[in-house]
Design a protein around this ligand. Structure first.
Ligand code: BES
Ligand code: ZN
Ligand code: ZN
Length: 492
């Protein structure tokens, strides 16, 4: 939940007078912006006395003598090293200070924006993202001391479309974080289906839900195998958004791994940190976040979101290592480890969506391998795919949104490693080697020639340390990037 979900635009400097708090940026090497200097010419004396230097993400709250009004200075660091992502981060720091001091309305300038070679729309959008994403906390299950207050905020001289888009995209990201934060006893596959139905309460979106029997009968033997041990009913969910002028335009497809809890199954996981496996549905949360934003942004294109949702449980009914099953596209899979379940549910989701919708591209989001954390830590998402243009556009969208991605190779030699001795493929690669690539090599067997990119978000879907606009916990990664990607594609 974000504390801040609405933002206004104010353009006149005189509007500042009605605000409880005004926020200005302060560079180490330049000091205040021109607007900041105009506000209060005594400010520089106060800053000097407080020995405030403008270090990145430092702040100084100043009480003005006259009435109840205050000024908050946010340190922007060195102006030559300032970036659009630092702007987001500084906005995140600002909103935390505002919450801490229980301030109920404020106005903020486009902090340091004049030093960046970025248009006003992007500056405003990024500022809004920093404010809303930084205001996020999840107190849904706290029965006491829920501090609930609303903050009214305005941006001085912001761009109205930037505010509008920024608010929609950030709220969708917070929605994705909320879904991931709910534990597996609450956020079951049925609950994910209910959320999808809610999103589809709009004329341009349709929702289709297949239950266990239905998706098993159409041949999804791989997904159905993973779901065999599940107590909670599994669901295969499709959302169709029709926004293109031409109804028959081929859609773009986004797919999400929706394992509501991953015990590992019979190849059971060790106990430490197993609670984190409630986040194994973060891919599903990402695609629902994308659809929620699309519903409000109304882009002129067609889109499909698909989620394979189940828990991965051990039990008398569960699949066992060595079992062989048949996927939707007819390929047989030797299951050597029941903990490599994400690729199995996606195998059917990808081949079904490809077969039925003939999409222009398919992108899947999945917390697929622990190995990606060894390669890239919690900084970048590992991506792999079969189409250079799509990969380059994704890398670009990752830079713009600072949801950075890094491509790992998907060479034939790696693809050989998922071939099985007695079935077509196996759900493991070479022991102890290139585990993340093996996951993608397996998925590649189910996409044919459709441009496809796999996002292994196991390292980026949640963070363990607080960051200025990503509090520890689920990050909502992939929502902002995907919307930026759709922008890039629509304008090229
Ligand atoms: N959900 C896990 C991957 C994971 C691990 C995500 C840690 C986030 C943090 C996935 O289903 C899994 O268990 N993968 C196995 C694959 C292995 C059996 C080839 C893994 O990473 O160990
Ligand atoms: Zn697993
Ligand atoms: Zn998993």
């Amino acid at each position: 939940m974000s504390t801040l979900s609405k933002i206004n635009s104010l353009s006149k400097l005189s509007d500042i007078k009605d605000q409880e708090l005004s926020v200005f940026g302060y560079f180490e090497d330049i000091g205040l912006s021109k607007i900041g200097e105009k506000i209060n010419n005594q400010l520089n004396n106060v800053i000097l006395k407080a020995s405030f230097k403008g270090k990145l993400n430092s702040s100084l709250l100043i009480y003005l003598g006259d009435n109840n009004s205050k000024i908050l200075l946010i340190g922007l660091g060195n102006s030559k090293k300032y970036t659009i992502d630092k702007l987001r981060g500084c906005a995140g720091t600002v909103i935390k200070e505002i919450k801490k001091n229980e301030i109920s309305n404020f106005i903020i300038e486009l902090i340091g924006g004049y030093k960046l070679n970025v248009n006003k729309y992007e500056l405003t959008k990024s500022l809004v993202e920093g404010l809303i994403l930084g205001s996020y906390d999840f107190n849904y299950y706290k029965s006491k001391n829920k501090k609930e207050f609303t903050i009214k905020s305005s941006i001085l001289d912001g761009d109205n479309t930037g505010i509008n888009d920024g608010v929609i995209i950030s709220n969708a990201t917070c929605y994705s974080r909320d879904l991931a934060n709910h534990p597996s006893n609450i956020l079951t596959p049925s609950k994910i289906a209910d959320e999808s139905i809610k999103i589809a309460k709009y004329s341009k979106i349709k929702c289709k839900i297949f239950d266990r029997e239905e998706f098993t009968n159409i041949g999804m033997g791989s997904f159905s195998a993973v779901a065999k041990g599940a107590y909670e009913p599994p669901k295969f969910i499709i959302l169709e958004y029709n926004g293109a002028d031409n109804k028959n335009e081929r859609p773009y497809a986004f797919l999400g791994k929706g394992i509501t809890f991953d015990t590992g199954g019979i190849s059971i996981k060790p106990s430490p940190k197993m609670d984190e496996m409630k986040f194994d549905m973060c891919g599903a949360a990402t695609v629902l976040g994308i659809m929620k934003a699309v519903k409000e942004l109304k882009p002129k294109l067609n889109l499909i979101c698909a989620i394979a949702a189940t828990e991965n449980m051990p039990g008398g009914n569960a699949i066992k290592p060595g079992d062989i099953v048949k996927a939707y596209n007819g390929k047989t899979i030797e299951i050597l480890n029941t903990d490599a379940e994400g690729r199995m549910v996606l195998a059917d989701a990808l081949s079904y969506i490809n077969d039925i919708y003939k999409p222009q591209f398919m992108i899947d989001f999945a917390t697929l391998t622990g190995a990606v954390i060894y390669s890239l830590g919690h900084i970048a998402t590992g991506i792999m795919g079969n189409n250079k243009t799509l990969i380059n556009n994704i890398l670009k969208a990752g830079e713009i949104t600072s949801e950075r991605c890094w491509e790992l190779p998907l060479w034939d030699e790696y693809c050989e490693q998922v071939k099985s001795k007695i079935a077509d493929v196996k759900n493991l690669g070479a022991p102890g080697q290139a585990g993340t690539i093996a996951g993608a090599a397996f998925l590649k067997e189910f996409v044919n020639d459709t441009p496809w990119v796999h996002f292994d978000i196991a390292g980026t879907a949640w963070q363990t340390k607080d960051q200025p606009y990503i509090p520890s916990g689920p990050s909502g990664v992939g929502v902002r990037l995907s919307l930026e990607l759709l922008n890039i594609i629509s304008s090229s």
